[in-house]
Design a protein around this ligand. Structure first.
Ligand SMILES: Cc1cc2nc3c(=O)[nH]c(=O)nc-3n(C[C@H](O)[C@H](O)[C@H](O)COP(=O)(O)O)c2cc1C
Length: 299
């Protein structure tokens, strides 16, 4: 009897050890495979997008002169830039009233959409939207923005994997209880199917500085607010042409997405916007906006 129960015990133990080993191998393989796919995507994009190795850590280092106490200062834009007449169409009060109402009606319909149709959108539409964002004002006309358009399904998938992995940690560990509680009405989760479904992802990068023609550093004054204004104009252009977007700020994804998309060291990811048409079953939270009286002070 003792022999039988000892054999069963040994068999059970062996099964347990075999199951544990299989489970550990599976987990290790899955993690290894995911990292390999991401590394492959980075290498693949590095070849396609940045032949000089930008964003991969192999880009050519620019030499910035050491702090010179008495440097020869050059302006980034020629000092003798001519000033030319600016005469847009003069419109009557009736006309500007009518146009202001129409534009408000259009913009009041804008919503952040988290359920997208997979229907493609023409590349030229995306280009026009980005050209519109590029008309934004910026501190000392530094234009401190780069818009990356991703339509390639494999790259969208790689972005989704990175964002979902980080969001899982964000929701479980990085965000405060108050934060996740405040997000509940929006029903947001770590899973982001819209990153695969939307026909295009627009990633807005902020250039914290750049280089002048003479290879000296160009300061980007007020780059945060400049990029925020450009993003607002981008959203307005998306709304005007009849598409939808989700303004999203993927927390802790900057380094991995920069590497994936081969962005240089002077850029920082500010926004990730899936753009396209809404899914036919799309819903949005029934939010109320503040009234004019609540947001305006008349003096
Ligand atoms: C700076 C900023 C960051 C945002 N980040 C996210 C985000 O990471 N994920 C998300 O689902 N929505 C995000 N949103 C969308 C907001 O939740 C949304 O704008 C807000 O609920 C108002 O809804 P509406 O855009 O439909 O008017 C963000 C919006 C802004 C302006």
């Amino acid at each position: 009897m003792n022999f039988i129960s000892a054999s069963i015990w040994t068999l059970e133990n062996h099964c347990f050890i075999v199951y544990t080993m299989l489970l550990v191998s599976f987990v290790v393989f899955t993690l290894f495979h995911k990292k390999r796919v991401e590394a492959q995507a980075v290498r693949h994009n590095a070849k396609r997008l940045a032949p000089n190795g930008a964003g991969t850590g192999r880009e050519r280092e620019r030499d910035f002169p050491e702090d010179d106490p008495d440097p020869i200062l050059t302006s980034a834009i020629p000092e003798d830039t001519p000033h030319i007449p600016y005469k847009p169409v003069h419109r009557s009060d009736d006309e500007i009233l009518q146009r202001s109402r129409e534009y408000y009606e259009l913009m009041a319909q804008r919503r952040s959409v988290r359920m997208f149709s997979t229907e493609p959108v023409p590349q030229e539409v995306l280009e026009n939207i980005i050209k519109t964002a590029g008309t934004s004002p910026s501190g000392a006309h530094t234009e401190p923005w780069t818009f990356v358009v991703v339509r390639d399904p494999e790259v969208k998938e790689a972005i989704r994997e990175i964002v979902e992995e980080e969001e899982d940690l964000n929701y479980r560990q990085r965000m405060s209880k108050q934060w996740t509680t405040d997000l509940k009405p929006f029903r947001t989760k770590a899973e982001k199917p819209y990153l695969s479904d939307a026909p295009a992802l627009l990633l807005v990068f902020r250039q914290t500085y750049s280089w002048k023609e003479d290879n000296t550093k160009r300061m980007h004054y007020y780059s945060e607010i400049s990029v925020a204004i450009a993003a607002g104009i981008l959203l307005a252009a998306i709304q005007y042409c009849g598409l939808v977007a989700l303004t999203s700020t993927p927390l802790n994804c900057n380094a991995r997405l920069k590497a994936l998309l081969c962005r240089p060291g002077n850029e920082r990811l500010e926004l990730l916007l899936p753009v396209g048409r809404p899914h036919e079953g799309a819903t949005v939270p029934d939010l109320q906006r503040k009234t004019l009286e609540q947001i305006m002070v008349k003096i």
